[in-house]
Design a protein around this ligand. Structure first.
Ligand SMILES: Nc1ncnc2c1ncn2[C@@H]1O[C@H](COP(=O)(O)OP(=O)(O)O)[C@@H](O)[C@H]1O
Ligand SMILES: [Mg+2]
Length: 427
């Protein structure tokens, strides 16, 4: 290779600054490196059961770098230490007159007993963990702001932090990327931790979407598998609703179809409302499927939705997941109320809605449907359609002599309009 071909690699200033900081200056609780300033903390307590991936949550706090040191413990020495600790805590508890001291001793005692039980009964291993965090900023104001954000985020994770003031030099050694563990910092900051808790903190541990009964959906940003059963319910998943968001061409339709097909093969009943005919091909290729054209007209696939058809949802209360004694017709009246008030938002007064409800009740009675009817015994043709409602309104209009005539008139004209606009019937 001749000289001309050698190309110098550009200097990575950020890396250089990190491994060979310029103008290092240590103050009481601030480290200055070049034009940046920083403060160093350690995590002084952890919750008993931290969230999955808690280490990645810590590592992803802005303007913060963390260093983690893990030292193995000799189980017997560790146990002996714990036992000694429990004895002295017991002593403190029994002798001190300081209430706060008493409470602290009791808490320490209980924590130690829990760990001893865990080791003796469950055979769990423990390690010493020391996490030191360096928060930086371009100036003092920014630093204070960033420290506040850091402390809040740590508090949300259920942990507590303490500053390493007066020890910034040693703390800096431990947090800097040289791999130097400082003995004193480690001694101050170490906390015992179950190995499982440490492992569960790693970024690759579960994302919370690995349902046993689920199907493979894809992977998340760190490559972890996502398997969901959308019907799984838990404290943070109280329903099965889903929104799919993404830029165009990002794979939303692909994801929806994948979910639909996976649900289909697990036996889920699927209804797709598809104004853009996007799912027609897929639907036609699936066994036992039906594609229904709801846009009116005539033809083989044309179907109509009859808003007056009562559905037999009454026996199962979806919210409570148990049988209810609510009448199907009563439930349907609620739906109809919503339907009409959405459709005729500004036209229908409260009075008109009340009258409409009366007429509807009469209409259903004519079709032998009452509050007590068992809807499961009826066929699609057993229900009234909008035309029947219209005709009944006309009849009432003709028969009535009082001021209701006008109401019936208004109602029949809007029902006619509705029927024509949405082609629910062939007028
Ligand atoms: N996970 C995937 N694997 C392979 N191809 C994909 C995947 N997701 C999307 N595609 C393809 O990318 C293109 C755009 O996806 P699409 O679902 O239509 O996007 P969107 O609906 O978000 O606009 C389609 O050709 C689709 O087949
Ligand atoms: Mg799409």
């Amino acid at each position: 290779m001749n000289k001309k071909q050698i190309e110098a690699m550009p200097i990575n200033e950020k890396l250089l600054e990190l491994i060979a900081p310029q103008g290092l200056k240590i103050r009481r609780d601030i480290v200055e490196t070049g034009d940046k300033i920083a403060r160093i903390y350690f995590i002084s307590s952890y919750p008993e059961k931290p969230n999955l991936g808690w280490i990645s949550s810590l590592a992803n706090i802005k303007h913060t770098v963390i260093s983690i040191y893990v030292n193995p413990v000799d189980p017997q020495t560790f146990l002996d230490g714990l036992k000694k600790g429990t004895n002295s805590d017991k002593n403190i508890y029994n002798t001190t007159r300081d209430e706060v001291e008493k409470i602290r001793a009791e808490a320490r005692y209980k924590a130690s007993i829990r760990i001893i039980e865990d080791i003796e009964n469950n055979n769990n291993s423990y390690v010493y963990v020391s996490i030191v965090a360096q928060v930086s900023g371009n100036n003092e104001v920014e630093l204070e702001e960033n420290c506040k954000i850091f402390k809040n985020r740590v508090a949300v994770l259920g942990m507590r932090v303490r500053s390493l003031a007066f020890m910034m030099d040693k703390a800096y050694r431990q947090v800097a990327p040289f791999g130097l563990q400082d003995k004193e910092i480690f001694r101050i900051s170490k906390q015992n931790m179950q190995v499982g808790t440490l492992m569960a903190g790693q970024p690759f541990s579960g994302s919370g979407f690995a349902d046993k009964t689920g199907y493979y959906l894809g992977s998340d940003e760190s490559g972890r598998m996502i398997a969901v059963d959308i019907f799984n319910k838990s404290a943070d998943r109280t329903n099965s609703n889903m929104t799919i968001v993404g830029q165009s061409g990002g794979g939303k339709s692909y994801a929806v179809k994948k979910i639909i097909l996976n649900e289909y093969i697990s036996g889920t009943k699927i209804a797709i409302i598809d104004p853009e005919k996007e799912y027609k091909d897929m639907c036609l290729k699936i066994e036992n499927s039906r594609w229904i054209d709801c846009s009116g007209g005539i033809g083989e696939n044309v179907g109509r939705i009859n808003p007056l058809q009562v559905f037999n949802l009454a026996t199962v209360d979806l919210e409570e997941d148990r049988e209810t004694k609510k009448s199907a017709l009563a439930l349907h009246f609620q739906n109809l109320g919503t339907f009409f008030s959405l459709y005729f938002k500004d036209t229908l007064s409260v009075r008109s809605i009340a009258i409409l409800n009366e007429v509807l009740e009469e209409l259903y009675r004519k079709f032998n449907i009452t509050w007590k009817t068992d809807i499961s015994l009826l066929n699609n043709e057993d229900f009234p359609i909008m035309e029947d409602l219209y005709n009944l309104l006309l009849k009432k209009q003709d028969e009535s002599e009082d001021n209701r005539k006008e109401d019936y008139e208004q109602l029949s004209s809007i029902i006619r309009e509705l029927a024509i606009r949405s082609r629910f019937t062939n007028f």
